[in-house]
Design a binder for this molecule. Structure first.
Ligand code: OGA
Ligand code: FE2
Length: 536
């Protein structure tokens, strides 16, 4: 299976040139906040332009009023008016120069400042790919968190600070994006939502005929012929001349007639097949479903008996001199595989420093394509990440030492500290951090063996979503700012522990920052010696 071949980016990422070109805004809130500031600047510039245009119009108005009065008086008694030599002079002056000046004023372009600002900023604007990416993120969230279309459209999400609605036109747009992905399930949901909002009287430029056209097609593609016909009928009521709809209607009628014919001759095998697959569906929970359930916090609960064996304690790093006087708080999150969480293990100041160091370097996270062996972006890993070396900041170096002290593992063979930022919809689908037997070359360049363990700092709280889940065993670990979790990916024998398969759930509301350290086998020979049994 393709999933088995997926493994996280290795430090190889370091060897590649970092690209500053604009890519994939939607993957990280860090970069999107810059866009908000850009937009704010543009509004200021737009307001300046409006002011300039208004003041120009004001001058023109004044001139018009003055001339209106003047010409009124003049036309009433032209000869008397011109009998005054000053008036005669002024008429010459006005016609020869002043009207010309007015013409220049009317022609004057006040939009220079705004347009040049716009031109500069536009280079950094999101493109079609970003817009599609953000839309797909919404669809992903809808599935993972079982949100109905109406909830999403009315913005009724848990933990939101700034409520936001989707217009009928926005819903139509989402439906169209799903349609271009041949995702007829979401096309139907969103076209229906657009239609519903229009039926409820929302004023919009979205056109019911267009919506019905997409909707009936999506419904037909999913096999509901009767509903597709009903929708096409509705479309034809609005636009009786619609060519495609007329054609479709005839086609639907033909298929319906044929199906009726077939039913008469009495074949129920199809029903049978359908029932059987239904039974199968119930028994077998694919990983995706488990993953999504855990993300929603609907995970299997641990038995009370097992739960009782989870503890919290003060931990001194196995009598590490740096922690004897000030041990740290440690909680058991899960027993098998053992996952522990350290509390208050990274300070807010350290988090800020790490984020600031990472921000300018964040780029779309990549994975190894098992076919080509190259690093590529993938829909199952949507985030931005950057690597920080201990050399570049005492804070990073201090963090590395802390990991070494508390895990008892040598960090000199570990990969650099990886910082990741997940925007809304950002996620990392189920994967292993270690390389499997069928990919022995995965970490060959590093020469430090496989990834023995993972240390993961949570550097933010997440308003909703964003848990780290382990679908094999049913564990959900929720982000808590300032804490870190740690687990071994390998058994002491060096065998991979398949129960450590894990994922980062999509962020529903908010913004998730983590940083992680992948520790490697080399250097741990005496720190975590091998045992005799393979899977101990
Ligand atoms: C990873 C990972 C989990 C998370 O980056 O390999 O599994 O919650 N991250 O971000
Ligand atoms: Fe991972």
């Amino acid at each position: 299976m393709a999933f088995n071949k997926i493994w996280c980016t290795v430090a190889l990422g370091l060897l590649l040139p970092v690209s500053y070109a604009h890519t994939d805004f939607f993957t990280s809130i860090g970069h999107m906040t810059d866009l908000i500031n850009t937009e704010k600047d543009l509004v200021v510039s737009l307001k300046d332009y409006i002011k300039a245009e208004e003041s120009k119009l004001e001058q023109i108005k004044k001139w018009a009023e003055k001339l209106d009065q003047l010409t009124d008086t003049a036309t009433k008694d032209p000869e008397g008016f011109l009998g005054h030599p000053v008036n005669a002079f002024k008429l010459m002056k006005r016609l020869n120069t002043e009207w010309g000046e007015l013409e220049s004023l009317v022609l004057k372009d006040m939009s220079d400042g705004f347009i040049s600002n716009m031109t500069i900023q536009r280079q950094f604007f999101p493109n079609d790919e970003d817009q599609t990416g953000a839309a797909k993120a919404l669809l992903r969230l809808q599935d993972t968190y079982n949100l109905d279309t109406d909830t999403l459209s009315r913005g009724n999400l848990p933990g939101v600070k700034h409520k936001s609605f989707l217009t009928a036109e926005d819903c139509f747009e989402l439906g169209k994006i799903a349609y271009t992905e041949a995702d007829y399930y979401h096309t139907e949901l969103w076209m229906e939502q657009a239609l519903k909002q229009l039926d409820e009287g929302e004023v919009s430029s979205a056109d019911k005929v267009y919506i019905l056209d997409y909707l009936s097609y999506a419904v037909y593609q999913q096999g509901d012929l009767a509903k597709a016909m009903m929708l096409t009928k509705r479309l034809l009521e609005l636009d009786p001349e619609h060519q495609r709809a007329n054609g479709n209607m005839k086609y639907f009628e033909y298929i319906m007639a044929k199906e009726k014919e077939a039913n008469k001759s009495g074949t129920d095998t199809e029903d049978q097949v359908e029932k059987e697959t239904e039974v199968k569906k119930k028994d077998y929970l694919p990983e995706r479903r488990k993953y999504e359930m855990l993300c929603r916090g609907e995970g299997l609960k641990m038995t009370p008996r097992r739960q009782k064996r989870l503890f919290c304690r003060y931990y001194d790093g196995n009598r590490n001199p740096r922690y004897i006087l000030g041990p740290v708080k440690q909680e058991d999150e899960w027993d098998k595989p053992r996952i522990v969480r350290f509390l208050d293990i990274i300070s807010d100041e350290e988090i800020e420093t790490v984020k600031e160091l990472a921000k300018p370097r964040l780029s779309r996270a990549t994975v190894h394509d098992p076919e080509t062996g190259k690093l590529t972006t993938a829909h199952y890993r949507v985030s931005k990440s950057a690597w920080l070396s201990g050399y570049e900041s005492p804070v990073v170096s201090r963090i590395n030492t802390r990991i070494q002290d508390l895990t008892g593992l040598d960090v000199s063979t570990a990969e650099e500290l990886q910082v990741a930022n997940y925007g809304v919809g950002g996620q990392y689908e189920p994967h292993f951090d270690f390389a499997r037997k069928d990919e022995p070359d995965a970490f060959k360049e590093l020469g430090t063996g496989n990834r023995i363990a993972t240390w993961l700092f949570y550097m933010s709280d997440v308003s909703a979503g964003g848990a780290t889940v382990f679908p094999e065993v049913g564990a959900s670990v929720w982000p808590r700012k300032g804490t870190a979790v740690f687990w071994y990916n390998l058994f002491p024998s060096g065998e991979g522990d398949y129960s450590t398969r894990h994922a980062a759930c999509p962020v529903l509301v908010g913004n998730k920052w983590v940083s992680n350290k992948w520790l490697h086998e080399r250097g741990q020979e005496f720190r975590r010696p091998c045992t005799l049994s393979e899977l101990e």
